[in-house]
Design a binder for this molecule. Sequence first.
Ligand SMILES: CC(=O)N[C@H](C=O)[C@@H](O)[C@H](O)[C@H](O)COP(=O)(O)O
Length: 227
Amino acid sequence: MILTPDALEALRGQLIVSCQAYPGEPLREPHITARMAEAVVQGGAAAVRVQGVADVQFTRTAVEVPVIGLWKDGHSGVFITPTLRHALAVAAAGAHVVAIDGTRRERPDGLSLAQTVAGIHAESHALVMADCGSLDDARAAADAGADLIGTTLAGYTGERAKTEGPDLELLADVASDGLGRPLIAEGRIHTPAQARAALDAGAFAVVVGTAITHPTSITGWFRDALA
Ligand SMILES: CC(=O)N[C@H](C=O)[C@@H](O)[C@H](O)[C@H](O)COP(=O)(O)O
């Protein structure tokens, strides 16, 4: 699917909502993901991010906004759309943007990040969002041709501490590095004030997941406050 430069520009300063449920969870159904996507679009999400090929397919038919798709395979190491095969399946499912692991770690299929991005561009019309964990990742991902840079993996790769909220320091560092790609703030943005702070730190747009679409986690936050 094609996301025109104008449609990408329209996401500037906007909220993107990640709608994901995890294996074995009650809401882990593609049609529920799509309904959740509809609900967040009603609330003002300018784009959505969904995990899984079927979830991308269902969500594409449910909402008009751009869909960022990914395929998580496993939960450690390189697991966010880890190979070109995964990425092309997500693109074929209709994602406007394919989010892939954008770190400097070795990939399971042995391709470099640049080869992976080139393969996605050659075989689909999708843009590529590189989910990065550090400034060095972001620089390498920009060099590799990624269209968007995300801070998704900050705090999950060992390069950066896992901050309580968003890693605003990393956001500011990447923003001031002038990589020339939209910088997407993602990861542990749990309040509207933190979302605002992420934009103020230089993000182009902000992705919020858990705090909007994961009731099990949110319930736990409230339960813990009462304990
Ligand atoms: C590290 C990892 O696996 N991140 C995943 C990437 O898609 C999701 O589990 C997160 O929910 C998403 O990044 C949004 O972040 P948060 O849920 O913190 O707002």
